[in-house]
Design a protein around this ligand. Structure first.
Ligand code: NAD
Ligand code: UGA
Length: 453
């Protein structure tokens, strides 16, 4: 088994670290955020991600946490960089955290040691080479020689099902110039590639799951696979949203339309759910980054650009739906259910729900919000925005002129809709995620408004 150091203990780094420890590797997770490390050392998972806290405690014997990169990498066989790559003003991905991490790693490498450095962060084309250069220069400054090979190993996990995607991926991609780097990554993931590990008690191997392929390629193609995949997902959702808009006009039901489309195996049923649009820490930033890379080559990506345009208008569409029935929004009471960018996470980065709340407040509405997990993070994101936070979902309906379902948490599926209706002043339920059935909503005495239905 291998000794692994993971730099950056966020959604990706921590999930990967915990999963690798479960595969019997010895893992040290490094983060420069002292509060995060303190929480992790106390056995508390700093993010809401199903199963992560439990597995972290179960595999604690092979997991440690520190803020000290240098000491953690010295004795590692494989070092993984999983720090953030947020967008710069112009959309380009900011690789300064990756480069800083690379330098800190190089400061800790032992003379004559052999290391594999794996880049897991989503990074623009060419970052692999850039990281190699940073490491080489830093070693030179130290007057130290070490054998370092690099690999790109992009991550495809989804928040809210991060462990499931890690243990049961559909593919693992590794891009490297050096065959020994590919072999190291293969060794690292062998228990997953061959499915020889004991599944966590709460995460049995899905029925019919087949062994994932290891795609080996050059670093540039690996980096491109990651961006192209996220851009395609964004395009797919935006396409469903574009069709939903037309469904609204002609009187078709987009959920029926996409069901009919998705049965064609060339199209597939996933990522065709129309609604408030896509958000999160990845699709928005990665589509922007891809466009920024293209522009450096004097090349345009009109399809990706259009997907972003359609996505931006989805939030406005919900505001317009409210305006069409309530007319003036100023002084209206609007309840919003769900703030996370999607269910099963407390992440509100680029959350469509948060953007909707801001638009409503801008138009003078009084907004009352609820979320089962994301309130703390939402309070930070909505700092300075006057919003009321409800303790339970029924509270958002109190005297409301309309309630908007903005994030399709499972808990909202089983709401007592008649109780919601009873508390409201006027009874518009805007189902911005097409989660409810029209007949059940109407039977509760509410007026149903979906997206493209
Ligand atoms: P995150 O913001 O949750 O975590 C990044 C962590 O890195 C933070 O805790 C930060 O304190 C730490 N960090 C930054 N610089 C550091 C340094 N020099 N040394 C040690 N720690 C440092 O980010 P994330 O969501 O885990 O994303 C990480 C990368 O993975 C990004 O490039 C992202 O695009 C990509 N990615 C994310 C997801 C996802 O679902 N979140 C999925 C696939 C890929
Ligand atoms: C996405 C990708 O799905 C992952 O494969 C990738 O690893 C990750 O980005 C990343 O690179 O970070 P994630 O951001 O966690 O994962 O969330 P998704 O499940 O992709 O959802 C993104 C957004 O699209 C959410 O706001 C969700 O509500 C929305 N969505 C999703 C729709 O509006 N309709 C759909 O049919 C599916």
């Amino acid at each position: 088994m291998m000794r692994v150091a993971i730099i950056g203990a966020g959604y990706v780094g921590l999930t990967t670290g915990v999963a690798l420890a479960h595969l019997d590797h010895t893992v040290v997770c490094v983060d420069k955020d002292p509060d995060k490390i303190e929480a992790l050392r106390n056995g508390r998972c700093p993010i809401y991600e199903p199963g992560l806290q439990q597995l972290m405690l179960e595999d604690a014997a092979r997991l440690s946490f520190t803020s000290d990169t240098a000491s953690s990498v010295a004795n590692a066989d494989l070092i993984m960089i999983a720090v953030g790559t947020p967008a710069k003003q112009d959309g380009e991905a900011n690789t300064c955290y990756v480069e800083a991490a690379a330098r800190e790693v190089a400061l800790g490498l032992r003379a004559e040691g052999s290391y594999v450095v794996v880049i897991k962060s989503t990074v623009p084309i060419g970052t692999n080479r850039r990281v190699a250069l940073v490491i080489e220069r830093t070693l030179k400054e130290r007057n130290v020689h070490a054998n370092v090979v690099l690999a790109s190993n992009p991550e495809f996990l989804r928040e809210g099902m991060a462990l499931k995607d890690t243990f049961y991926p559909e593919r693992i991609v590794v891009g490297a110039e050096d065959a020994s780097a590919v072999e190291a990554v293969r060794r690292l993931y062998r228990p997953i590639l061959e499915q020889t590990f004991n599944p966590p008690s709460f995460l049995p191997r899905p029925e019919g799951y087949s062994l994932p392929p290891l795609i080996t390629t050059d670093p540039t193609s690996a980096e491109m696979i990651k961006y192209a995949s996220n851009a395609f997902l964004a395009v797919k959702i935006s396409f469903a949203n574009e069709i939903a808009g037309l469904c609204d006009k002609v009187g078709a039901d987009v959920t029926e339309v996409t069901r009919g489309m998705g049965l064609d195996s060339r199209i597939g049923p996933q990522f065709l759910a129309a609604g408030l649009g896509w958000g999160g820490s990845c699709l928005p930033k990665d589509t922007a980054a891809l466009i920024a890379v293209a522009s450096q080559y004097n090349y345009s990506l009109p399809i990706v650009a259009a997907a972003r345009e359609v996505n931006a208008r989805q939030r406005l569409l919900i505001v317009e739906k409210l305006q069409s029935v309530l007319r003036v929004l100023r002084g209206r009471m609007i309840g919003v259910l769900g703030l996370a960018f999607k269910p099963n996470t407390d992440d509100v980065r680029e959350s469509p729900a948060i953007e909707l709340v801001k638009l409503l407040v801008d138009r003078g509405a009084h907004v009352c919000v609820h979320d089962p997990a994301a309130i703390a993070k939402a309070q930070e994101a909505l700092c300075g925005v006057e919003v009321e936070y409800a303790k339970d979902p029924y509270e958002v309906a109190e005297n409301a002129d309309a309630v908007v379902l903005a994030t399709e948490w499972e808990a909202y599926r089983s709401l007592r809709l008649p109780e919601l209706a009873r508390r409201m002043r006027s009874r518009y339920l805007v189902d911005a995620r097409n989660m409810y059935r029209r007949d059940e909503v109407e039977a509760a005495g509410l007026i149903y408004m979906g997206v493209g239905r």
